[in-house]
Write a protein that binds this ligand. Structure first.
Ligand SMILES: Nc1nc2c(c(=O)[nH]1)N[C@H]1C(S)=C(S)[C@@H](COP(=O)(O)OP(=O)(O)OC[C@H]3O[C@@H](n4cnc5c(=O)[nH]c(N)nc54)[C@H](O)[C@@H]3O)O[C@H]1N2
Ligand SMILES: Nc1nc2c(c(=O)[nH]1)N[C@H]1C(S)=C(S)[C@@H](COP(=O)(O)OP(=O)(O)OC[C@H]3O[C@@H](n4cnc5c(=O)[nH]c(N)nc54)[C@H](O)[C@@H]3O)O[C@H]1N2
Ligand code: SF4
Ligand SMILES: [Mo]
Length: 723
């Protein structure tokens, strides 16, 4: 008999509330849940494959150990015994800094795992914690630290009449700008009420196709474009003078810094018509409400922090922050109540504190230690060298920049532990692979999507929504799976450590349940988790009485639009030579720029083992404008060699009218170790390999250039198609 339960899809970070159909304790289908008040029945093709994900033949059901290049199953208890002993001896010989943690994409939906891993690192005293966030949009927290955060938060999408997306494609990515909970419907509803969308992107994306105005720019020129828009806002007095007078510092320095970013200069440099720069400023400022938000594209391109900063500046100049008396869109549900005040928060120290890395003068900063430097920390001999890596729900071999360096680092590690559901490119090289329970096999809470409010702005639930999902099915029979948190708890037990979890001491004798831990994670929440559990379809816990408070009488904080580092960078950008060449100033020997993108049916390196998700191709095509393909004398389906100043990869060409000429648009997290390169039609290829972490990086966040990478193209080996 078919039973229907509501569940949280954790294939991606959008956490759609769905209906799961179970037969004899097995998941057989996933459908939308029309009764869910946040997602309104939405699912995507990935979410509908959850049964395939759970019962995939490539899913590991037992831990594996690699000895002499051979992998064999090992009992989880034995694996933990051995790992604990090795960690203990590494710490004894080399100190706690020799143990590093990397949490990737799948740490997010399983919050007990990340929190237990952090508790373990606290207990051993290792500062070496890295997250995929540091190679995602590290410019965001850095820019917020420079500019300041408006305590009450941004104006919500739901009542905005203008919106500007810079290098983001939320319709596909379910991230970055439009609230990522059925964003297609939200955008559709907004356009129906006549919201004007502006998109800045070298590709006419699924989001750009719905825009009132699309600036199809050269990639990597966002600082110039945004400075140009600011120039127009100021020149035409399209700014909120009262807000600036009361709550903003640095206006004069900004005005001076953008004075030479005329629309004509922008047009010449970024290849967008001058009238579009003017129109973007007028349309955005012409509306009453709405935000400019930035996605991964410009964060991966050079000067991501500056781009994010200028995005904040545009919002501030237009006064687009919530004011006293307005309803608080989300005072939180499973987090402690947060009532905004209409004032700037004190600015944190942005960088230059805490743990220092041994390379490139990098150190701790508001976006965390740079994962782009972790391979160096593993490879560089000497005091403090990293000898052991725990990778939790991440895939360094395909996600970190400079893949060949990462490959060397993976081989150099003395202890390489991957917590992964399958033999990913990284797990294959690991000494131990510890597969977890997934999805419906463990309870879920929506709380991580509240927490990301602090990461940027315009992320997180736009309303006070929460949902809980109990464990609904057993893991496959005879499997030996450990949840991520159980791994760190088990190792700590063996090492005799006491862990502090979510601020509270854990009972190290009587193992908690996942539900116990979720309860701890929600300690002090505005609505108790038990109350949330009463609403199987999820619920919006509205409280109209919660309104934005007035600025405190003694508040002297202001938002800063003239930060000295950012003004200096603006001057540096303006001083760069501009090339009339189709290529780029100072990079004339390169003909194209390769840009990042997301593909709808896969999620970073996940989804390739699910037939319906790779029905068109298993690889990541090199999408190019047909005119560029013609010019190269190539055709769709041809193999092309793509070379940056650092490395060469293969690509398979696909025609795409939506890509600007001079641009190659290609997804990341494909490919594998170099010996597999020729299987490009089967595994795709790794764009991260083109990136040099030692050149062209942000000196504060360590973020290297991972988009707008200058490349050359030439015909590749066409016989690979038949491999
Ligand atoms: N060149 C280039 N590089 C990039 C980017 C880019 O645009 N261009 N994007 C960057 C960004 S934004 C990010 S976030 C990073 C992503 O960086 P990572 O998070 O390191 O990469 P993923 O491929 O998402 O790795 C997820 C891993 O988790 C495994 N997994 C799946 N389900 C589970 C589960 O339930 N539990 C556990 N423990 N594991 C699971 C998957 O098999 C996979 O191996 O890549 C970055 N790298
Ligand atoms: N289906 C699916 N969804 C995903 C993922 C996935 O792999 N697949 N990955 C998830 C992850 S880890 C993240 S962080 C989010 C990211 O979410 P988004 O930031 O929305 O990511 P993208 O869809 O890649 O959109 C980035 C856009 O930037 C553009 N771009 C590239 N370089 C530049 C540039 O220099 N300037 C400008 N202006 N634009 C540029 C690209 O053309 C692209 O359209 O998506 C998440 N969602
Ligand atoms: S957007 Fe798709 S993959 Fe992401 S949570 Fe929703 S159904 Fe799952
Ligand atoms: Mo990401």
């Amino acid at each position: 008999m078919t039973q229907r339960h509501t569940a949280i899809c954790r294939f991606c970070h959008s956490f759609c509330g769905v209906n799961a159909e179970l037969e004899n304790g097995k998941l057989v289908a996933v459908l939308g849940d029309i009764e869910n008040p946040m997602y309104h029945g939405y699912t995507c093709i990935k979410g509908r494959q959850l049964p395939e994900q759970h019962y995939n033949l490539e899913r590991l059901l037992h831990p594996q150990k690699r000895t002499n290049n051979k992998r064999a199953n090992v009992a989880s208890e034995t694996a933990l015994d051995e790992i604990a002993a090795q960690v203990q001896s590494l710490i004894a010989d080399h100190g706690p800094r020799s143990i590093a943690l990397y949490t990737g994409t799948y740490a997010f939906p399983y919050p007990a795992g990340g929190a237990m891993a952090a508790a373990f690192m606290d207990a051993i005293g290792s500062p070496m914690r890295f997250t995929s966030g540091s190679i995602d949009q590290p410019g965001k927290p850095m820019a917020i630290a420079f500019h300041g955060r408006w305590h009450a938060g941004p104006q919500p999408f739901s009542d905005s009449d203008t919106w500007m997306l810079v290098g983001a494609n939320p319709v596909v990515s379910k991230w970055g700008g439009i609230p990522q909970y059925n964003p297609g419907k939200r955008l559709h509803d907004a356009l129906k009420r006549d919201m004007k969308l502006i998109v800045i992107d070298p590709r006419k994306t699924e989001s750009a196709r719905r825009a009132h105005l699309h600036l199809q720019c050269k990639p990597g020129e966002d600082p110039t474009i945004l400075a140009g828009i600011i120039h127009v806002l100021i020149a035409e007095n399209l700014i909120d003078e009262a807000f600036i007078a009361g709550d903003v510092d640095g206006f004069d320095a900004l005005k001076e810094a953008v004075s030479q970013y005329t629309p004509a200069y922008v047009a010449n440099r970024a290849a967008v018509p001058a009238h579009q720069v003017i129109e973007a400023a007028r349309v955005f400022a012409g509306g009453k409400r709405g935000m400019t938000t930035c996605g991964t594209g410009p964060n991966m391109a050079p000067r991501g922090t500056l781009t994010e900063y200028l995005v904040l500046v545009i919002n501030t100049l237009c006064g687009r922050w919530l004011r006293a008396g307005e309803p608080m869109p989300n005072p939180f549900v499973l987090l402690p109540e947060r009532i905004g005040r209409a004032e700037a928060e004190p600015k944190p120290q942005a960088f230059g504190y805490g743990e220092q890395l041994r390379v490139r003068d990098l150190g701790d900063n508001v976006s965390g230690l740079s994962a782009a430097a972790l391979a160096d920390e593993i490879l560089l001999e000497g005091d403090g060298q990293v000898k052991a890596l725990f990778s939790v729900g991440g895939n360094p071999m395909v996600a970190w920049p400079d893949q060949l360096k990462t490959f060397d680092a993976m081989l150099k590690l003395e202890l390489n532990v991957a917590l992964d559901i399958k033999l990913s490119a990284t797990a294959k090289l690991a000494d131990y692979v510890l597969p977890p329970k997934i999805g419906l096999e463990t309870p879920a809470i929506s709380q991580p999507n509240e927490g990301i409010w602090f990461y940027g702005f315009s992320t997180g639930f736009p309303e006070p929504y929460a949902m809980y999902q109990p464990k609904l099915i057993d893991p496959p029979k005879d499997s030996d799976l450990l949840e991520e948190w159980e791994v760190f708890y088990g190792i700590a037990q063996r090492m005799g450590l006491s862990l502090n979890f979510a601020g509270q001491p854990l009972d190290m004798q009587n193992k908690p349940s996942t539900d116990d831990l979720l309860e701890l994670i929600c300690t002090g929440s505005r609505i108790p988790l038990d109350e949330v559990k009463k609403y199987p379809h999820g619920h919006i816990f509205d409280d109209p009485s919660i309104k934005v408070l007035a600025k405190a009488d003694d508040c002297e904080q202001k938002l800063d639009v003239g930060n000295e580092f950012m003004m200096a960078e603006l001057a540096e950008v303006r001083a760069e030579p501009v090339s009339a060449h189709a290529g780029y100033a100072g990079e004339e020997e390169f003909t194209h720029r390769l840009v990042s993108r997301r593909m709808n049916d896969v999620y970073n390196s996940s989804g390739r083992d699910i037939p319906r998700l790779v029905r068109n191709h298993r690889y990541n095509p090199a999408y190019m404008n047909p005119s560029d393909i013609d010019e190269l004398g190539l055709h769709a389906g041809d193999v092309v060699e793509i070379s940056s100043a650092h490395a060469t990869i293969l690509g398979v060409i696909e025609e795409a009218d939506d890509v600007r000429p001079g641009v190659v648009s290609m997804a990341h997290a494909f490919g594998d170790a170099p010996v597999h390169d020729k299987d490009v039609f089967y595994i795709g290829s790794n764009t991260g390999r083109l990136t040099n972490v030692e050149a062209d990086y942000d000196t504060r966040t360590g973020m290297p250039r991972m988009s707008a990478i200058p490349v050359n193209l030439r015909r590749g080996d066409q016989s690979l198609a038949s491999r």
